[in-house]
Design a protein around this ligand. Structure first.
Ligand SMILES: NC(=O)c1ccc[n+]([C@@H]2O[C@H](COP(=O)([O-])OP(=O)(O)OC[C@H]3O[C@@H](n4cnc5c(N)ncnc54)[C@H](OP(=O)(O)O)[C@@H]3O)[C@@H](O)[C@H]2O)c1
Length: 332
C-alpha cells in the first residue's frame, strides 16, 4: 500500500480507501460474513481509510464496522456522516421518505448515535452528508466545530457542497475533506469544486468512482433486484443503459490492452486527476477489494488519458446520475 498525507494533519491515509455503504444498503443483499472478512482483508492490505454514514442501513453499517474497528482502532481512520433522516417505513435508498436535517440540534443527537454504534470515543472525520437548504452552512459547521473542541470528532468534511458553501464553511472552521461523486461518468466537480479543494489544501474524496459498478463491465443490470438502489437510476435504464453498456465494453477493451481490469483502470483514472484525491471504491467482497487495490500499480500516461477521454466522448448519452428523488438533495 502507498500512503498520502491528509492535508497538513500529519495523518497518513492509504491512497485508496474503502466505501462500506454497499455492505449494508443500496446494492443487493447484505452478506455480513463476507463483509467482515472484507474489512479484515482491507486491514491486511493496509487500507486504513474507511467510509460509512449513519444512514447506511439506518445505523446497521456503523454497527457492522465496529466489529473490526474496535479491536483495530489505532490502525483505521474512520469517516462517517450525518444529515439524512428517514420518516416512516423503508430506508434512505428505497421506499423511505428521506429528508435533510443538518441542524445543530439533530447533529448533537446524530454524533452520539454514531459514536455509540461505532463503539468509539472519537470519529476521525465527520461529514455533513449534504448541505441543508434550511440551515446556513456556517451554523452547521459552527456546531461541528464544537464537536472538535469536545474531542468527539477530529476533522470536518462536507459532502456534495457548492463552492460557495465550501468557502463559507472553511472560513468558520478548516474543512479537511470534501466528498462528492466523481468518476469517468460523473464529471461535474471538475469545473469548480476540485480546483477549489486544491487551492484550499483540502482532500477530495470521490465517491462512486466505479460509477456504482457500471464501468466495471461486470454488472448484470438485468439481474438487479427491485430493491437495488440502481434499478431506478436513469443510467441503468433505456437508452442511457444502452449507451453505458457500449461505453463500458469499449473501456474494458482498452483496459485489457493495458493489462488491467476495467475497475482498476477506472480507479487509476480517478487517482490520476490530482494529488489531493483519495477515492473510496465500495465493495463487500474480498476478491473485488484485492482487484481494486491493483489500481495502485496502473500507470497512465497522457496518451492513455486522451484515449480514455475519446472512449467516453464517443458515448455521450450517459444520462443523469440521479433521479429527481436524489437530485433534490444536491444544492446547485
Ligand atoms: N457522500 C455520498 O453521498 C455518497 C454516496 C454514495 C456512496 N458514498 C460512499 O462512497 C463509497 C463508494 O461508492 P459506491 O459504493 O456508491 O460506488 P462504487 O465504488 O462506484 O461501486 C460500488 C459497486 O461496484 C461493485 N464493485 C466494486 N469493485 C468491483 C470490481 N472490482 N469489479 C466489479 N464490480 C465491483 C460493488 O459490488 P459489490 O457490492 O458486489 O461488492 C458495488 O456494487 C460508498 O461505499 C460510500 O461509502 C457516498
Amino acid at each position: 500500500m502507498k500512503y498520502k498525507e491528509l492535508g497538513k494533519t500529519g495523518k497518513k491515509l492509504s491512497v485508496l480507501g474503502l466505501g462500506c455503504m454497499g455492505m449494508s444498503s443500496a446494492y443487493g443483499t447484505p452478506d455480513d460474513t463476507e463483509s467482515i472478512a472484507t474489512l479484515n482483508y482491507a486491514l491486511d492490505l493496509g487500507i486504513n481509510f474507511w467510509d460509512t454514514a449513519d444512514i447506511y442501513g439506518n445505523g446497521i453499517n456503523e454497527e457492522l464496522i465496529s466489529k473490526v474497528l474496535v479491536p483495530n482502532r489505532d490502525k483505521i481512520f474512520i469517516a462517517t456522516k450525518f444529515g439524512f433522516r428517514v420518516r416512516g417505513a423503508g430506508n434512505a435508498f428505497v421506499g423511505g421518505e428521506t429528508y435533510l436535517d443538518a441542524s445543530p440540534k439533530w447533529m448533537r443527537q446524530a454524533v452520539e448515535d454514531s459514536l455509540r454504534r461505532l463503539k468509539i470515543d472519537t470519529i476521525d472525520l465527520y461529514y455533513a452528508h449534504r448541505i441543508d437548504p434550511n440551515v446556513p452552512v456556517e451554523e452547521t459547521v459552527g456546531a461541528m466545530a464544537e464537536l472538535v473542541k469536545e474531542g468527539k470528532v477530529r476533522y470536518l468534511g462536507l459532502s456534495e457542497c457548492t463552492p460557495e458553501d465550501l468557502k463559507k464553511a472553511h472560513a468558520v472552521h478548516p474543512i479537511t475533506a470534501v466528498q462528492s461523486e466523481y468518476s469517468l461518468l460523473t464529471r461535474d466537480v471538475e469545473t469548480e469544486i476540485l480546483p477549489l479543494t486544491q487551492e484550499l489544501g483540502i482532500m477530495f474524496v470521490p465517491f462512486s468512482p466505479l460509477s456504482r459498478g457500471l464501468i466495471t463491465n461486470k454488472l448484470d443490470v438485468s439481474s438487479l433486484a427491485n430493491n437495488d438502489f440502481r434499478a431506478n437510476l436513469p443510467r441503468y435504464n433505456g437508452e442511457y443503459l444502452d449507451n453505458n453498456q457500449k461505453l463500458s465494453t469499449a473501456f474494458a477493451e482498452f483496459a485489457a490492452s493495458k493489462n488491467c481490469s476495467p475497475a482498476q483502470l477506472a480507479i487509476a483514472w480517478v487517482m490520476a486527476q490530482g494529488e489531493n484525491i483519495i477515492p473510496i471504491p465500495g465493495t463487500k467482497r474480498r476478491n473485488y477489494l484485492e482487484e481494486n487495490v491493483g489500481a495502485i500499480n496502473v500507470n497512465l500516461c497522457s496518451k492513455d488519458l486522451e484515449l480514455i477521454e475519446a472512449i467516453v466522448n464517443k458515448h455521450p448519452n450517459i444520462g443523469p446520475r440521479y433521479s429527481s428523488r436524489e437530485n433534490k438533495f444536491v444544492k446547485k
